[in-house]
Write a protein that binds this ligand. Structure first.
Ligand SMILES: *[C@@H]1O[C@H](CO)[C@@H](O)[C@H](O)[C@H]1NC(C)=O
Length: 428
């Protein structure tokens, strides 16, 4: 009789277990069991509101088992097993709870500057399962602050109608469940008296490249509206500046313009300062010292690469077209190039590239290595160092003596003596 009835009834299903709770990352499964109903019966799992099943949720071949692998907060909720046959449909559902440690978020995030006597309110919103308990405390105190009721059970709000100077401080919202604890802090600063100015700058720090034009904006609240002025710490404002409505413009900044700029907002109730630290950075400009050097084989070569520009600066030496330096060449981090004993083959142009984070610059050093033999005698080692200039002077000296000699002999210059002088034209 039972089978007879079953043959003409809509399916009746149940789900085991009815509810499951797992931690984030764990798995869970539910079985949908047919109690009765006319065969064939088709089973389909659905999420509440007929949403599609997430990717990590799978059903077995006959549709009876639903498995959630590596569960995440998005798997939280109700799952429904729907059975249908030729007579009708039946369904049953189960709830999956994913436990996770709380996460908290504040609105606004702070730090908050509040004028004396004015209200302040900060909302702390938490997620987590089981539902975390929330509390507000002041840093350094264990007392829980009185909070305002909100419509959302996951949010608590701390609110003060009239802030007093002693209310300045750090406030902490804590959310706790048995999976963990989360805390967020907000700093509240109570300033001035009613109507006193509160100045703020757009950027407290800025870095600019040399030669650029920059603007620094300062805003101030207060009643009556405060007068805004800009100044520079321990220095006058750069010569090329202009100030319009709280905005300071510096044209073509140089490195000497780096420093702290102070915005001062003043009215009858007082004044308020805000600061912008500005750094001017410059690209490198490299030079070689010396930029030309003449040596003989065996001498030591020392060249220093120097560079202006923002630090840190890096120096790299290379040789003309060739990438690598000759063997035996040493370089240092601060730009020195050294070859203890040069060889003839070390002649050439050496290149130093100075680099910082803005750019690079190169400088060349010409190295001439020649064997200079005067009279071919090794012992005249000092004479070897005669430079082109002194050799030229020696030639002039020789000429001078020759001329003096000619006049001393009272010879007709055209006739003979001066004819000895090379490449000299004398007209009579
Ligand atoms: C800002 O203005 C006030 C009042 O005029 C003055 O006492 C204070 O020294 C000023 N601060 C700076 C940095 O100029």
């Amino acid at each position: 009789r039972v089978t007879q009835t079953a043959a003409y009834t809509a399916p009746d299903v149940s789900v085991e277990p009815r509810a499951a709770t797992v931690r984030q990352g764990e798995s869970a499964s539910f079985r949908c069991q047919v109690q009765r109903g006319a065969q064939p019966i088709q089973l389909v799992w659905k999420k509440a509101n007929n949403q599609a099943l997430p990717d990590n949720v799978k059903t077995g071949p006959d549709g009876s088992v639903l498995t959630v692998a590596n569960a995440g907060p998005e798997n939280q909720g109700q799952y429904r097993c729907v059975a249908s046959n030729s007579v009708g449909r039946g369904s049953a559902s189960a709830v999956l709870n994913i436990k996770h440690a709380p996460q908290v978020r504040l609105t606004p995030v702070g730090p908050l500057r509040v004028r004396m006597g004015e209200p302040v309110s900060v909302e702390c919103r938490a997620t987590g399962r089981p539902r975390p308990t929330l509390s507000w405390k002041r840093q350094g105190s264990t007392l829980q602050l009185v909070t305002k009721e909100t419509n959302d059970v996951n949010t608590i709000q701390v609110k003060y109608e009239h802030m007093r100077p002693e209310d300045s401080g750090v406030y902490i919202c804590q959310a706790e469940n048995n999976e963990g604890v989360a805390k967020v802090k907000v700093e509240v600063i109570v300033v001035g008296q009613p109507g006193a100015p509160v100045a703020s700058v757009e950027a407290t720090e800025m870095t600019v490249v040399e030669g650029h034009t920059i603007t620094m904006a300062c805003q101030a609240s207060g009643s009556p509206p405060p007068v805004i002025t800009w100044s520079k710490l321990r220095a006058p404002l750069p010569w090329k500046h202009s100030m319009v409505g709280g905005v300071l413009t510096l044209t073509s900044v140089g490195r000497q313009d780096s420093g702290q700029y102070i915005c001062n907002a003043t009215n009858i109730h007082g004044y308020s300062e805000a600061y912008t630290q500005m750094e001017v950075e410059s690209p490198p400009y490299a030079t070689c010292l010396p930029d030309q050097v003449r040596l003989q084989p065996g001498d030591a070569l020392h060249v220093q690469c120097l560079s202006h520009g923002s630090h840190p600066l890096q120096f790299e030496w290379s040789r003309g077209e060739r990438v690598s330096l000759p063997p035996g060449a040493e370089t240092t981090k601060d730009g020195r190039l050294r070859i203890a004993h040069v060889k003839l083959s070390d002649s050439g142009t050496y290149k130093c590239v100075a680099t910082n984070h803005i750019g690079s610059s190169e400088a060349l050093a010409k190295v001439i290595i020649k064997r200079e033999l005067v009279f071919g005698l090794r012992q005249f080692k000092t004479s070897v160092k005669i430079t082109a200039l002194t050799r030229c002077s020696l030639f002039n000296l020789l000429m001078f003596y020759l001329l003096s000699f000619c006049f001393f002999l009272q010879l007709n210059p055209t006739s003979g003596c001066l004819g000895l002088l090379p490449s000299t034209q004398v007209n009579s």
